[in-house]
Design a protein around this ligand. Structure first.
Ligand code: NAD
Length: 454
């Protein structure tokens, strides 16, 4: 469903009228089309800087070289008065003292008005829990408050600010997350931290284009919405995708997989024998699975006092119990291959809670517990387990909301608009690439920095 305010605000005359009546003027967001490109920052200028004895800076420079960007360093000549930057990258991993936080001000203040629209800003900081002294832990954690606040200041231009917490020793694993945050594939991810850890085997060395060649993916609830967008996207990066959905939706499911040459599996994930059937299907047909997207989910909203028991039971069994049961077989029997990738569809409602969603909120918070545990226990096999938490996404579900609720959901974010299913699909696709092997047990919000649960 398209957003009337984004369309109107792109017209200069209407934009002034909208401003005059006090409504937000959301920017048209730049979205990358098609599969990953190596030199996706060709003809763009990136300013880089660092504070303290930055440990990730070499890796930042090495990664930027692969993007085709023109790179300027803040410690060389001072930024020209007429300079414009498409992206800024600041490495704060060396800041081990609160006083050193001044370097953030010194780097960003002179260029805060020199950003293009839809600019990308990425800040790297050390992982606070891995710091061996209080000053360093406090300084590292302070960076997140800076990032989240700056994101709120520049979101009106369609620009985003995100950060990477880098565990000492994980510097060689930042390339893929850095490329993702710098690209227009991450357009609806804003004000968010991702943690890159050092444990487990090194991610496989793979090209940045077509990284999912020879991979087999399972997407539950793949007939429509976010699941279908994700399946399409994974297929475009080279994966063979099995889409699973309920037998009643077999026709839609067949049409969806027909778009990209995937395989349909008509099955209800709450059936008692579903875990067995899924495991046998993947083993017999493909010898295992590399990517599992637990996407199937439903809402049955009512305040707790008004909620019938079957609403509670249905949401709990589809959104949470079935996932844990399917995972027990796929993980327990190692149907998921080494270096596998698992992503759960969570929600900002599972982080912040939502009126009328005690059932849904419980399931989505439960999934956070799932990825936090599994993301660590599976590290030895190089398997990562993460969640994405969408905010307001323009789908059939949100189109049916009353006007006031829909407008609130759309506008209460730094980007003043809803996201699209493909924005969630992009975040999932990044998380399942081989290069994202340092990212596990993370919950990545895809919400335009929604104020809900901010
Ligand atoms: P959707 O209703 O468009 O698609 C969900 C799919 O899951 C449907 O095709 C449905 O048939 C399938 N499904 C439901 N029960 C199933 C079962 N028992 N077995 C197999 N398949 C089943 O929903 P969507 O908006 O694309 O949401 C996808 C996921 O993203 C869900 O987990 C949802 O909670 C989550 N999410 C969506 C939003 C949003 O704004 N749309 C926000 C936050 C989280």
């Amino acid at each position: 469903m398209s957003d009337y305010l984004v369309r109107a605000a792109s017209n200069p005359t209407l934009r002034n009228v909208i401003k005059t009546v006090g409504l937000p003027t959301p920017a048209e967001l730049a979205r990358a089309e098609g599969p990953y490109q190596d030199r996706f920052l060709d003809a763009q200028t990136v300013l880089v800087g660092a504070g303290g004895r930055a440990s990730a800076f070499n890796e930042v420079e090495k990664t930027l070289k692969t993007t085709g960007a023109t790179v300027e360093r803040s410690d060389r000549p001072r930024p020209r008065d007429d300079a414009k930057y498409d992206a800024l990258v600041f490495d704060a991993t060396g800041m081990d003292d609160v006083a050193e936080l001044t370097a953030l001000y010194e780097f960003f203040h002179p260029v805060a008005r020199k950003l293009t629209r839809n600019a990308r800003v990425v800040v790297l900081a050390s992982l606070p829990s891995a710091m061996d002294n209080l000053q360093a832990a406090v300084a590292a954690r302070a960076v997140e408050g800076f990032v989240r606040s700056l994101a709120k200041e520049i979101g009106g231009f369609g620009s985003t600010v995100n950060m990477l917490y880098v565990e000492p020793g994980a510097e060689s694993r930042i390339a893929a997350p850095l490329r993702f945050f710098l690209s227009d594939y991450s357009t609806f991810v804003d004000g968010q931290p991702l943690t890159v850890t050092a444990g487990g085997p090194m991610p496989e060395a793979v090209p940045t284009t077509q990284p999912l060649q020879n991979k087999v993916a399972l997407v539950t609830g793949g007939a429509r919405g976010i699941g279908a967008a994700t399946a399409n996207r994974l297929a475009r990066e080279g994966a063979h995708v099995v889409c699973l959905d309920i037998p009643q939706d077999a026709e839609t499911l067949e049409a969806t997989v027909g778009e990209f040459g995937g395989t349909a599996l008509a099955l209800d994930i709450t059936d008692d024998n579903a875990p067995r059937q899924i495991a046998d299907f993947l083993t017999e047909k493909f010898g295992g699975v590399d990517i599992v997207i637990h996407n199937a989910g439903v809402t049955r909203d009512k305040t707790l006092a008004n909620m019938p028991e079957h609403y509670w039971d249905m949401v709990l069994s589809i959104n949470l119990a079935a996932i844990v049961k399917v995972d027990a077989v796929l993980t327990g029997e190692q149907v998921i291959n080494e270096h596998g990738r698992v992503v759960c569809l969570c929600s900002i409602g599972g982080i912040a809670g939502n009126r009328g969603q005690t059932n849904y909120g419980a399931t989505k918070a439960g999934l956070i517990g799932f990825v936090e545990r599994r993301g660590v226990t599976e590290r030895e096999r190089g398997v990562t387990v993460n969640a994405v938490a969408p905010g307001f996404i323009e789908t059939r579900m949100t189109a049916e909301m009353p006007f006031g609720v829909r407008e609130g959901g759309r506008r209460l974010s730094s980007l003043s608009q809803g996201g699209e299913p493909r924005d969630v699909a992009e975040a999932i696709t990044f998380l399942v690439t081989p290069g994202a092997g340092g990212v596990s047990a993370n919950v990545l919000r895809v919400c335009g920095q929604s104020l809900i649960g901010a």
